[in-house]
Ligand binder design. Structure first.
Ligand code: ATP
Ligand code: MG
Length: 228
């Protein structure tokens, strides 16, 4: 694969960190979240970006929600595979419980060591799926997200946007509990992610993810390179 942004990317990151907050640089790394509907390509892109950073010699933590490690894995099992009735509020709290544990025990300690943290789904998935998708009060969810994260915000969030046909083709027949929720639900969730990006244009950037894996990867590099 052709890689064009490399040394510039590192320079830009260092510059960004120096400019943004000197004290933070000394203590914290960079936190980037990958978001979007099922099958949009988050995991594909986060792995490529992680590999890219590692090749540059950066220390990274590639993690995910729900279910990073330990307790999170048990919560993920319930969230994705439990086949009984799960109320929308219960679902929200399970995701938030997973997030609180993840941020406190995994993400924050890594950032404090100056490690690049790349997270596959985070706070915006709760707003998009449980808020826009299931109809749980969005302002309440924002407050609960803040409680779970201790107000930690990603330095950059990338939403990988695809239509339902593309998503369905990529997800295939083996759907988990969340992926089986139907077309209208999918459309509300997709709209939710786009709405979040409109509301927070500084933090949240959207990439048209119907393109090839390579060109999306190039766009990810451009976005990180452009961090100011
Ligand atoms: N740009 C792309 N073009 C074509 N196929 C792609 C593209 N990106 C990813 N895929 C393929 O689509 C499938 C789903 O991709 P991936 O697992 O990365 O999506 P995801 O967003 O992580 O999905 P999920 O939300 O279910 O975890 C994979 O088989 C992957 O190889
Ligand atoms: Mg994935």
């Amino acid at each position: 694969m052709k890689i064009s942004v490399n040394v510039q990317l590192l320079n830009a990151l260092v510059y960004y960190r120096i400019k943004k907050d000197w004290v933070r640089i000394m203590r914290q790394g960079l936190f980037i979240t990958f978001e979007g509907v099922d099958g949009c390509g988050k995991t594909t892109q986060i792995k490529l970006f992680d590999e890219y950073l590692r090749n540059l010699g950066c220390e990274t933590l590639l993690t995910r929600e729900p279910g990073a490690k330990g307790l999170g894995e048990k919560l993920r099992e319930i969230l994705l595979n439990y086949d009984g009735n799960v109320s929308s509020k219960c679902e929200s709290f399970l995701f938030l419980a997973d997030r609180a544990q993840h941020v406190d025990c995994i993400i924050k300690p890594a950032l404090e060591k100056g490690i690049f943290v790349l997270c596959d789904r985070h706070t915006d998935s709760t707003i998009a799926y449980q808020g826009y998708g299931r109809g749980v009060d969005i302002e309440e969810l924002k407050n609960l997200n803040n409680l779970a994260t201790g107000e930690l915000k990603p330095d950059l969030t990338i939403v990988f946007d695809v239509d339902i046909e593309t998503s369905a083709k990529r997800v295939g027949k083996e759907k988990d509990r969340m992926e089986s929720a139907g077309i209208e639900f999918f459309e509300r969730v997709r709209k939710g992610f786009l709405e979040i990006a409109k509301q927070e244009p500084e933090r949240v950037k959207v990439i048209d993810s119907t393109q090839s894996i390579e060109s999306i990867h190039e766009k990810v590099l451009e976005l990180v390179n452009g961090l100011k």
